[in-house]
Design a protein around this ligand. Structure first.
Ligand code: ATP
Ligand code: MG
Length: 256
């Protein structure tokens, strides 16, 4: 096996007195597709928000492509990372949120161009070219000058994906990106994710309640329960053959 692109090492996270993650150990291989399932409040979002540097672990470490995310070396010691270090390491990571988080006052082309220009310091023309290419890839090549308010939820979510992809991350994080959508719009968004997954090279972590989808595209499924990884393995093993009772009762809710 190659070096993992992401390693969580005994990661704990508390909010005040509430222990939300209780020792996460997880290696993700480059190009691996990992689906995270589990009950509400089990810590799924918190796991990926720490990787996106939106939450700081209480203890433990997260290594991204060989670099310690939340710590850096100074005079031979490990010290808390500063903003510059976080920004550098975060450059490998892209995230798509449940509620799109598009900039309402920018066209969808501008939404995609802004981070390549301001974060990656790309020149405007190449940022524009890349952004148009990504928007075409998600099926929105004819909407470049529309504003987010003019789009359907599914289209907004595809813009959010193009906006993350245009940064060429090594790891893409998806947090229940279809759960705010009307049912008839879910399919088009899952299709785009499937296309991205099939291209292969990027690692992906998907928090999802779409069990069929997880079974299809994931190399591995993690069942998070009460802040620990209670079960993990290939989709068939986790979804069909696990004897974990909490997992079975969780999955039962998705069967009709
Ligand atoms: N910023 C915060 N401040 C305080 N508590 C928080 C914060 N973020 C999350 N929590 C708590 O941490 C726990 C885990 O939250 P998290 O959002 O990671 O769960 P989840 O598995 O993503 O749930 P869901 O399926 O509902 O999205 C919850 O009890 C939540 O209330
Ligand atoms: Mg969540």
């Amino acid at each position: 096996m190659s070096e993992p692109i992401v390693s969580y090492k005994d990661v704990h996270k508390s909010f005040g007195d509430v222990q939300v993650l209780k020792g996460i150990d997880l290696d993700i291989q480059p190009a691996e597709k990992v689906a995270v399932i589990g009950p509400s409040g089990s810590g799924k979002t918190t796991i990926i928000r720490m990787l996106m540097t939106l939450e700081q672990p209480t203890s433990g470490s997260i290594i991204v492509d060989g670099k310690n995310l939340w710590h850096m070396e100074k005079d031979g010691d490990l010290v808390p990372a500063n903003e510059k270090h976080l920004r550098q390491v975060r450059g490998d990571i892209g995230m798509v949120f449940q509620h799109f988080n598009l900039f309402p006052h920018m066209t969808i082309l501008e939404n995609c161009m802004t981070a390549p220009i301001h974060v990656q310091k790309k020149d405007k023309e190449s940022a524009k070219k890349d952004s148009i290419e990504m928007l075409e890839k998600v099926g929105l090549g004819d909407k470049l000058d529309d504003y987010p308010a003019m789009l359907s939820g599914g289209q907004k979510q595809r813009v959010a994906m193009a906006r993350a992809l245009v940064m060429h991350p090594k790891i893409m994080l998806f947090d229940e990106v279809t759960s705010a959508l009307d049912p008839e719009l879910v399919g088009e968004v899952l299709e785009v994710i499937r296309d991205i997954a099939n291209e292969g090279e990027m690692a992906m972590v998907l928090v999802t309640h779409e069990m069929e989808f997880a079974r299809d595209i994931a190399d591995r499924i993690l069942f998070l329960d009460n802040g620990v990884i209670a079960e993990e393995g290939p989709p068939m093993d986790v979804l069909e053959n696990s004897t974990n009772e909490r997992l079975q009762s969780f999955l039962h809710r998705f069967r009709t």
